[in-house]
Design a protein around this ligand. Structure first.
Ligand code: KMH
Ligand code: ZN
Length: 312
């Protein structure tokens, strides 16, 4: 069985690549706004900040290292939070292109998506008829025809170029039960060292649905495959965010919130910031008697290399 850690790591995923500026004024895309919201989220209790870049002018998703440079140094200077860079920030780019920022900045953590899949946001396009920027509607509509490609060869390359060469710890994004078996194959092949850190991703169109039975099934499968050699967290997309986070925490897991995964603070009500979501989940968990991990405690739980080993 996976060993429940005493303290709970809150990850905050600040902006992502799913939502677009029309959907919420709170979604940060200018570097100064990404930095401010990330710093506020850390102050509110997030030990890990999962970060994507955006084009500063129009919020289009970006994997350009220069765009990351617009906020990484400021966040590092103002917080002790663990920085986790996304390697999944674009459905249109190869994995080799997607890992370029992580190779340059060598953060403590990176996401690593554990399988190829449909990953579609096209139903979101129907909810809006006026857009802030021209790129948003086609970006969402065309996602019904993209494959989010993360082959075994891709995963092997990321393991070597980021894991081995840079000692980066992965947030293994598992969107379905098959992804846990992909991960098991990779662990058995010697690609990753224990404790591995699994993010159960529930509620993406293309992956497993966001409900408690599925979370229990994912966890039971991971227990069977990895025993006590893994730590885990849950990301519930959209309205399931807070209820699945609370369930995960009571089941011995860690939690992820943030505007990347949900724009809401409660059903039908937009969040005003990432920090508001962090404060809410923190209050829910502390109300249940749980303790929240500091960044240094998260480093210990996940066996991270430390913030002095990053390159930004
Ligand atoms: N956007 C989430 C559903 C990544 O950045 O690599 C998954 C994610 C992927 O965070
Ligand atoms: Zn992400």
């Amino acid at each position: 069985m996976s060993k429940p850690s005493r303290k709970i790591i809150i990850t905050c995923a600040v902006t992502g690549a799913i939502h677009t500026p029309t959907m919420s004024d709170a979604l940060p895309f200018r570097p100064e706004d990404i930095a401010r919201q990330a710093i506020d989220a850390a102050k509110a209790g997030a030990a890990v900040l999962h970060l994507h870049a955006r084009h500063p002018k129009n919020g289009a998703v970006s994997i350009d290292s220069e765009h990351f440079l617009g906020f990484l140094p400021e966040i590092k200077a103002s917080t002790n939070a663990v920085i986790n860079l996304s390697t999944g920030g674009s459905l249109r780019n190869t994995v080799a292109e997607r890992i370029a920022p992580a190779k340059r900045f060598s953060p403590e953590m990176c996401s690593l998506n554990m399988g190829s899949m449909n990953f579609s946001m096209h139903p979101l396009a129907q909810r809006y008829n006026k857009w802030k920027f021209d790129w948003e509607e086609p970006y969402l509509r065309e996602s019904d025809n993209y494959i989010f490609s993360n082959t075994f060869r891709d995963i092997g390359m990321v393991a070597e170029e980021l894991g081995t060469d840079h000692r980066i710890k992965f947030e293994h994004e598992c969107y379905d039960v098959g992804h846990l078996y992909n991960l098991k194959f990779c662990v058995d092949s010697g690609m990753f060292k224990a404790p591995i850190f699994i993010q159960f991703v529930l509620g993406i169109l293309g992956g497993i649905g966001a409900d408690l039975e599925n979370l229990v099934f994912m966890k039971r499968t991971a227990d069977k495959l990895f025993g006590d050699q893994y730590r885990w967290s849950v990301l519930g997309a959209g309205a399931s965010q807070m209820s699945l986070a609370t369930a995960a925490a009571t089941m011995g897991g860690h939690v992820r919130v943030g505007l990347e995964d949900s724009l809401l603070i409660s059903r039908g009500e937009l969040a005003e910031s990432n920090a508001q979501q962090v404060r809410k989940v923190r209050e829910l968990l502390e109300g249940l008697g749980q303790e929240i991990a500091t960044p240094d405690e998260a480093r210990e739980i996940l066996s991270l290399k430390g913030s002095d080993a990053v390159k930004f």
